[in-house]
Design a protein around this ligand. Structure first.
Ligand code: AGP
Length: 608
């Protein structure tokens, strides 16, 4: 996944491009580059490494005078991260320049064809093919050349393009990769995501698939693939600019951990009216909801972990059978879907390639689809039949926290809505569930109060080789997320195990001093999990427990205990995950890791 920006206006472009790219560095940061159209034509500077390298090389952009340009920050897919493969990429005579986010799946075929026509390539990227293909089709009309490549290129792309003989014009086009247009005073912008333009405007157009945008200093016009003009309406972005900044925290991740009470409340409150669950954006009638006989929850990573929890919640409250699938598995296993199936795709970014492909597979079989998505206007949000937005606001840290927590809330609400419609819970029970849901933001706030205790404990495990998480039922789902949070940012090996599975092999991994974190929030399973804690402890493990207030019994079998407030057994993930997020954060911090941008990862995986 990469970040692209573009600007045309009355101000110097390079500083604006760099500023926008800094806001998109979470999308990829192994190399960066900018192209600026100045008096001597189009100049390109690009470099391997973080954006700071490019910033310093261009003296903050001063070296590249000009009021129009495009920029790129890269997460390599084709071609190693180096200066040559960094974007932007030129055509042969440097009259066309391109930045790209996505994957051109038929680039090798196109490359061979172009080489047979005398084109020479200097990089290993798929993007360079686009620059030469534009050159091949270009006859002086940018729109026609763009339309032609859209018919030839397969795969995903968000492109920013400049044409030397069209000064004052920036072109953009997208298919399956995100791209927005910002309408600002004194100039217009393109970007992969909203934070890159917020400093200049809140008025944003979301480009739809296979739409072209043409920007000048004073105009923005849209066209379809056949070069026919389109009318589009801008969206006013409600986020304030600080929401996309660090707000005084050392890392975005800690800021976002502490934003969870508000994110949960923002996602929850608009959907509870007069003691009932009201999900206005859910365009399903009560009858249609009653006809659903099976639900598939499909997602990746942490979003998948919320799905594992939601299986228990849906089956427990609404008595609907639920299957939870990793999107990368679902799309290749020929799932059995029919008109009484609902496929729910959960995704913070709404751009995860595997999740988007799973959505399209379900839709191709005529199955009703629902997205639970955080990024407004993202591909999954627009292509699903229904979308429930999580109102977590922009989540910048690669390791998700507030989006994860709001996904849980959206899933609880949906399960309760189904239960309400299908009459599987009484009015009195519903009242209780809603009362407990409304307490969650304050209870999360309370649980965050364990920060110092957890930070001190975490500092004892900075050199750990392995850390395991165990639990049963929903506690197993919580363990999965706790383990992922730790390993993806601290690089310590970790795994989550169903506690009952230890005796079937994994207990052999326990050595003297191995840290095992046990999650015990399901009262009917306390005793079983505590016996597993005894098993690992008797083999030398050090046991940390996360459990409900009142379960003091656990202190007999745990060496370190974090208590969370009492809540309904279906909602405990929202509270138990807080100490595990903090634990992962402080271990990574103590190990000197880049908590917001862990190695090898990107915020949204828009490639397979
Ligand atoms: C979680 O901390 C990771 N960043 C990752 O597992 C993430 O949840 C996964 O890639 C899914 O992303 P999405 O929610 O944007 O689809």
């Amino acid at each position: 996944m990469c970040g692209i920006v573009g600007y045309v206006g009355e101000n110097q472009a390079a500083p604006i491009l760099l500023d926008g790219l800094y806001k998109l560095e979470y999308r990829g940061y192994d190399s960066a580059g900018i192209a600026v159209y100045g008096e001597d034509g189009i100049k390109v500077v690009k470099a391997r490494g973080r954006l700071k390298v490019l910033d310093e090389m261009t003296h903050g952009g001063e070296m590249l005078p000009g009021t129009m340009g495009i920029g790129h920050t890269r997460w390599a897919t084709h071609g190693a991260p180096n200066d040559t493969n960094a974007h932007p990429h030129f055509n042969k005579d440097e009259s066309i320049v391109v930045v790209h986010n996505g994957i051109i799946e038929n680039y090798l075929k196109l490359k061979k064809k172009l080489e047979s026509k005398g084109y020479e390539f200097c990089s290993d990227t798929d993007t360079e093919v686009v620059a030469h293909l534009l050159d091949y089709y270009y006859d002086g009309n940018p729109l026609t050349a763009i339309s032609k490549i859209m018919h030839r290129v397969e795969g995903s792309y968000a492109l920013g393009i400049l044409f030397k003989d069209h000064p004052g014009e920036v072109y953009a086009v997208r298919k399956d990769s995100p791209l927005i247009v910002g309408r600002a005073k004194g100039g217009n912008l393109i970007a992969s995501d909203v934070p890159a333009v917020l400093k200049y405007t809140r008025s944003v157009y979301f480009i739809d698939n296979e739409e072209i945008a043409k920007l000048t200093r004073d105009t923005i016009t849209f066209y379809n693939i056949d070069e026919e003009p389109l009318q589009k309406t801008p969206t006013e972005i409600a986020w304030d600019i600080t929401a996309a900044e660090k707000g005084g925290y050392e890392y975005f991740m800690l800021k976002e951990i502490y934003e969870q009470p508000k994110a949960i409340a923002d996602t929850l409150n608009p959907r509870i009216k007069d003691g009932r669950i009201v999900i206005e954006e859910l365009k399903m009638s009560d009858d249609e909801m009653r006809q659903i006989r099976k639900i598939f929850i499909v997602a990746c990573g942490s979003a998948y972990h919320t799905g594992v929890t939601s299986k228990y919640v849906f089956e427990g409250l609404a008595r609907i059978p639920v299957e939870v699938d990793l999107a990368s598995e679902f799309r290749y296993r020929s799932p059995i879907l029919d008109e009484q199936t609902l496929v729910i795709i959960i995704s913070q970014s709404g751009e995860t390639a595997d999740s988007l492909a799973a959505l399209r597979l379900a839709k191709s079989q005529g199955v009703r689809t629902l997205g639970i998505v955080n990024v407004v206007g993202s591909s999954i949000a627009r292509e699903a039949d229904n979308v429930i937005y999580t109102w977590a606001g922009p989540e910048i840290a690669v390791a998700t926290t507030k989006a994860y927590s709001t996904q849980l809330i959206a899933e609880y609400l949906l399960a309760l809505k189904f239960a309400q419609v299908r009459g599987t819970v009484t009015d009195e029970e519903m009242e209780g569930y809603i009362r407990e849901l409304k307490m969650i933001p304050d209870q999360v706030e309370l649980t965050l109060g364990n920060k110092e205790k957890i930070q001190k404990f975490a500092n004892r495990y900075l050199a750990a080789k392995d850390i395991f998480f165990i639990g049963r039922g929903i506690d197993y789902a919580i363990s999965m997320e706790g383990s992922l949070k730790l390993k993806e940012i601290s690089y310590i090996h970790s795994d989550a195990y169903a506690a009952g599975e230890l005796k079937h092999g994994t207990i052999s991994l326990i050595e003297e001093g191995t840290l095992v974190t046990a999650v015990l929030t399901q009262e009917e399973l306390y005793k079983k999990t505590m016996s597993n804690m005894v098993e690992v402890r008797s083999r030398g493990a050090f046991v940390m427990a996360v459990t409900n207030t009142g379960n003091q019994e656990v202190e007999k079998t745990a060496d370190f205990v974090i208590y969370i407030p009492q809540t309904n057994k279906y909602f405990t993930n929202s509270l138990a995950i807080i100490p595990l997020q903090l634990f992962g954060y402080y271990v990574a911090l103590g190990r000197g890791c880049d908590v917001d941008k862990p190695r090898n990862l990107a915020k949204s995986v828009t490639v397979e």
